[in-house]
Design a protein around this ligand. Structure first.
Ligand SMILES: Cc1cc2nc3c(=O)[nH]c(=O)nc-3n(C[C@H](O)[C@H](O)[C@H](O)COP(=O)(O)OP(=O)(O)OC[C@H]3O[C@@H](n4cnc5c(N)ncnc54)[C@H](O)[C@@H]3O)c2cc1C
Ligand SMILES: *[C@@H]1O[C@H](CO)[C@@H](O)[C@H](O)[C@H]1NC(C)=O
Ligand SMILES: *[C@@H]1O[C@H](CO)[C@@H](O)[C@H](O)[C@H]1NC(C)=O
Ligand SMILES: *[C@@H]1O[C@H](CO)[C@@H](O)[C@H](O)[C@H]1NC(C)=O
Ligand SMILES: *[C@@H]1O[C@H](CO)[C@@H](O)[C@H](O)[C@H]1NC(C)=O
Ligand SMILES: *[C@@H]1O[C@H](CO)[C@@H](O)[C@H](O)[C@H]1NC(C)=O
Ligand SMILES: *[C@@H]1O[C@H](CO)[C@@H](O)[C@H](O)[C@H]1NC(C)=O
Ligand SMILES: *[C@@H]1O[C@H](CO)[C@@H](O)[C@H](O)[C@H]1NC(C)=O
Ligand SMILES: *[C@@H]1O[C@H](CO)[C@@H](O)[C@H](O)[C@H]1NC(C)=O
Ligand SMILES: *[C@@H]1O[C@H](CO)[C@@H](O)[C@H](O)[C@H]1NC(C)=O
Ligand SMILES: CC(=O)N[C@H]1CO[C@H](CO)[C@@H](O)[C@@H]1O
Length: 773
């Protein structure tokens, strides 16, 4: 919802599709390690710890890598790149060069003070391998800007690895610079079992060898669980419908299909989110409650500032939620019931889709929007509403209840509306998921990544997952006439299609070149050439930052997670009322514009206390900052392209913002209008941009990645054969039983309301389509 920087460089960080590490004894030095041999690069990463009870702050580790293909390799025992201990090594002139490094953002990590590294004698470089065996002292806890991070040495965790085929710049220098890793991955580790006796540990730490034993056989690269089992653990079950992705679209599909009596499997790559779903991630101030970070609306802004940000998909370079609820578990939850034009043929819909009203009615019956989410019905931090109204009323805007008048989107403002219920995040999780999970006909598997669909030409026979306990090779079959519905998001669904041989040839070529993905492709004669990823759209958005003496910027939301205002925290815990019952937005507004091309485009504004950034040459009072984000919505003509790179990372290939100069001209005009009445509001100052620049110049020099609104749609557009990816029933062209939930263009407001109405309509059409289970 709000403009944020993209993640940029590939962050390697905790991820639920991790393989599981296990114990092994290195035959060279007889040390018991707990770790993993990465099957793609054949690099081994291991750790061993002294007993937990010794309160020790060190461990022994090793990296063993093929000499010719591994220029350098590194591990993060804490599983993330940012704010974590990173250990990097490479061979140079017959010995190992190593360093401990640290990064506070996704840039080249630099020297880390604190850890003491000792390279142990069993390290070596031979004709085929290099091997770094090390002792890392003062390596179990370290300071970060937001506190102390400690390895979970008495429980389970996820470690990350990274490697490169490109040599570092100065191999003799332990602090050498180097280019970004060429690959990275994760492995789950039961740290609680990765301990040996003090005597054994001390022997190895002082350079001794031998004596290691292993509780179970060898390291085995399998998925997710810490018990390595390469074969199915139970009977392999076939399903009528397999729904991939438990986000906005997938939860609605899974609920309606299971309600209709179908045998449904819902697969989600991430883990739990809200407390009632088993989520446990919470700030200390919520100790003793079942409320997680994801439940509490007022913690929304902290999604972007928390160093333990496990919820973002780490293999997509823009923000996408990888947990139960998808984007709906972590977003601003602004929720607009669609209007007529959101489902018009002009917006790209077939005429059979334009009567959205029955589906929108089903949606709002299950998930009614609210513009007063606090359980006491009162509104908090209201100053932004008042100042925005003073700004817009002289421009002819009227004050309405927005979701009571969905078709009225010109010159209107009103309270922000949300998909929260009972003062907590709800969305499709507390509604559709709650009813679906209670049905015996619905099976939900989390921490399960779908890699590709399995198909025989046009017939999908199952899905291939990362979890080999669910079926042979991870494959889960469909019943006769069964169907697969992909709802893995605007980046996740295209990737599954590419890896299934469906999409443009340049994307499928990348899959053919990927050692892990290529073997699962069907033969080239079965490739289906479709414009998957084209027609990607996102609202271009520009932040305007103001100060006004009446505003309470709420400390720019900086302390809500770690150190909230005590009265507000207590009130929220008591009965889910107060500031924490709402995300940051306070007011929304819309205005229609006619562009020089004769096309009507809509501007949406979202106003909130605080600011993502301030750029001014003048002093200002940070306690009073607030932001209007101005988005261009319905009517945008610019389109971009979404795809993957050689490592299968989802990304933006062509930016979708301002491709058409008229889009930009209209947004500039709209912003000039917004600020035109600033002089009429006593005390109001526009500080970003300030009076040293013009709006036109501000927009022209705005960083493209800041234009991102996280509202990606259209990557699997519905449309006629030849230009669409899916047909009028949302069935992928060229297949008999594969479906995708997407919307073809941006609606007037933030997209989740329209997307959820579209999901209701899509599942109704799929159920009505003959030939299914
Ligand atoms: C930071 C942010 C803020 C936003 N704010 C708002 C807002 O205020 N209002 C609004 O209307 N919209 C907002 N959005 C957009 C909204 O969240 C999305 O439009 C919506 O969530 C899209 O729904 P979806 O079902 O298509 O995909 P998602 O919600 O992204 O769900 C996809 C799901 O599929 C899973 N998945 C992906 N790949 C696989 C795989 N291979 N195997 C198994 N599972 C997989 C993911 O883990 C995820 O759970 C925001 C988005 C973001 C990221
Ligand atoms: C470890 O710390 C605990 C708690 O401070 C203490 O009781 C215990 O004696 C310590 N153990 C050792 C071996 O120092
Ligand atoms: C080099 O060392 C590795 C790791 O210990 C070992 O597996 C390999 O056999 C050795 N190669 C040679 C040629 O000795
Ligand atoms: C937490 O959930 C459990 C089980 O659902 C319930 O028994 C308990 O009352 C809940 N606690 C709070 C503080 O809500
Ligand atoms: C919740 O508690 C607050 C603070 O005590 C109170 O003002 C409010 O009326 C209560 N709301 C409800 C719904 O009980
Ligand atoms: C807008 O209307 C709402 C609902 O009637 C009202 O509570 C609010 O005070 C109005 N705002 C302004 C600025 O008039
Ligand atoms: C695909 O499925 C259809 C309908 O079930 C069947 O007639 C056809 O033979 C199948 N084709 C292949 C290649 O399996
Ligand atoms: C900043 O604004 C706050 C809130 O209005 C006010 O209390 C404070 O005095 C102001 N600070 C300065 C330096 O003007
Ligand atoms: C520009 O803004 C600064 C800071 O608000 C103000 O002091 C100055 O008078 C302004 N200059 C003009 C030309 O408006
Ligand atoms: C993109 O959308 C436009 C209109 O919305 C349509 O004409 C075009 O065919 C679409 N292209 C693709 C590749 O889907
Ligand atoms: C428990 C339950 O609802 N089972 C149903 C699941 O769906 C199949 C196929 O429609 C029905 O036969 C079962 O009764």
């Amino acid at each position: 919802m709000l403009t944020r920087l993209t993640l940029g460089l590939l962050p390697f960080i905790t991820c639920a599709l991790a393989q599981a590490g296990g114990p092994y004894v290195d035959p060279d030095n007889g040390i018991t390690f707990f770790g993993l041999e990465d099957p793609v690069h054949s690099i081994t990463y291991g750790f061993t710890f002294p007993p937990v009870a010794s309160n020790s702050t060190e461990f022994i580790g090793e990296i063993v890598a093929p000499f010719t293909t591994t220029a350098w390799a590194g591990v993060s025992p804490g599983g993330a790149m940012v704010n974590n201990l990173l250990l990097v090594a490479w061979p140079n002139a017959g010995s190992i060069v190593s360093s401990a490094r640290f990064a506070t953002s996704y840039v080249l990590p630099t020297a880390m003070t604190g850890p003491v590294l000792t390279t142990l004698p069993s390290s070596k470089v031979n004709a085929t391998h290099w091997k770094w065996v090390y002792r890392c002292q003062n390596c179990v806890s370290w300071a970060t800007a937001s506190g102390t991070t400690t390895l979970p040495i008495d429980s389970t965790g996820v470690a990350a690895w990274a490697m490169s085929t490109v040599p570092v710049d100065t191999p003799s220098n332990p602090q050498s610079t180097f280019a970004e890793h060429t690959d990275f991955g994760f492995f789950g580790l039961d740290f609680s079992s990765a301990h040996v006796s003090s005597a054994q540990y001390n022997l190895w730490a002082s350079g001794g060898t031998g004596g290691g034993t292993t509780p179970t056989s060898t390291i085995s690269p399998t998925s997710t669980t810490t018990t390595p089992t390469p074969t199915p653990t139970g009977p392999v079950i076939a399903y009528d419908y397999i729904v991939v992705g438990a986000g906005a679209g997938g939860l609605i599909a899974a609920d309606r299909l299971s309600e209709a009596g179908k045998k449904v499997l819902l697969l989600e790559r991430g883990g739990p989110s809200l407390g009632f779903t088993g989520g446990t991630y919470q700030p200390t101030w919520l100790d003793g409650t079942n409320l997680t970070k994801f439940d509490v609306p007022g913690l929304f802004e902290s999604m972007f500032t928390d160093s333990n940000d496990f919820w973002w998909c780490k293999d997509i370079t823009v923000f996408a939620g990888c947990l139960l609820g998808g984007g709906m578990a972590v977003n601003g939850a602004l929720y607009w019931l669609p209007n007529t034009q959101d489902f018009s043929t002009a917006a790209g819909w077939p005429s059979a889709w334009t009567n959205h009203a029955p589906y929108t009615a089903k949606l709002s019956a299950r998930l009614p929007p609210t513009d007063a989410p606090s359980t006491d019905g009162k509104r908090y931090l209201e100053q932004v509403n008042d100042v925005t109204s003073l700004l817009l009323t002289p421009q002819g805007y009227s004050n309405i209840t927005i979701n009571s008048n969905p078709n009225f989107k010109d010159h209107v403002f009103g309270y922000s509306a949300f998909s929260f219920l009972n003062g907590k995040r709800a969305g499709p999780i507390a509604t559709y998921y709650k009813t679906a999970i209670a049905r015996p006909n619905l099976t939900y598997k989390q921490n399960t990544m779908v890699l590709n669909v399995v198909r025989n030409g046009a017939n999908i026979t199952g899905v291939q997952t990362s979890d080999t306990t669910l079926g042979p090779n991870g494959i889960i079959p469909l019943n006769a006439n069964g169907r697969v519905i992909l709802s893995a998001g605007s980046f996740g669904t295209p990737r599954i299609l590419f890896r299934s041989g469906i999409g443009p040839s340049d994307m499928i070529s990348l899959v053919q070149g990927n050692a892990a993905a290529a073997p699962n492709l069907p033969p080239p004669s079965q490739f289906i050439n479709l414009p998957v990823g084209f027609n990607a759209s996102d609202n271009p958005s520009i932040d305007l930052v103001f100060t006004h003496p009446s505003i309470d910027a709420y400390d720019n939301w900086a302390d809500v997670f770690t150190d909230p205002r005590p009265a507000d925290a207590a009130q929220y815990i008591l009965n889910q009322s107060g500031v924490f019952a709402q995300a940051s937005p306070r007011t929304n507004f819309w205005r229609a514009y006619s562009g020089s091309d004769g096309r009507t485009r809509y501007l949406q504004g979202t106003a909130r206390p605080g600011a993502a950034f301030v750029t001014t040459s003048y002093p200002y009072n940070a306690s009073t900052i607030w932001t209007i984000t101005a988005y261009l919505s319905t009517g945008i003509t610019s389109r971009g392209r979404v795809g993957i790179d050689a490592s299968m990372t989802g990304q933006v290939l062509v930016n979708p913002w301002f491709v058409d100069p008229v889009d930009k001209a209209v947004l500039i005009q709209g912003i000039n209008d917004i600020v035109s009445t600033v002089p009429l509001v006593p005390g109001l100052t526009l500080i970003t941009p300030d009076n040293t620049t013009t709006i036109t110049n501000y927009v022209n020099t705005y960083s493209p990645s800041n234009l991102n609104s996280n509202h990606w749609v259209g990557t699997c557009s519905i449309g006629p054969a030849g230009s669409g990816v899916v047909d009028v029933n949302t069935k992928v062209y060229g297949t008999n039983n594969l479906f995708v939930i997407d919307i073809p263009s941006l609606p007037t407001g933030n997209p989740s309301g329209t997307l959820m109405s579209a999901a209701e309509q899509a599942v109704a059409k799929v159920l009505a389509l003959a030939g299914g289970p």
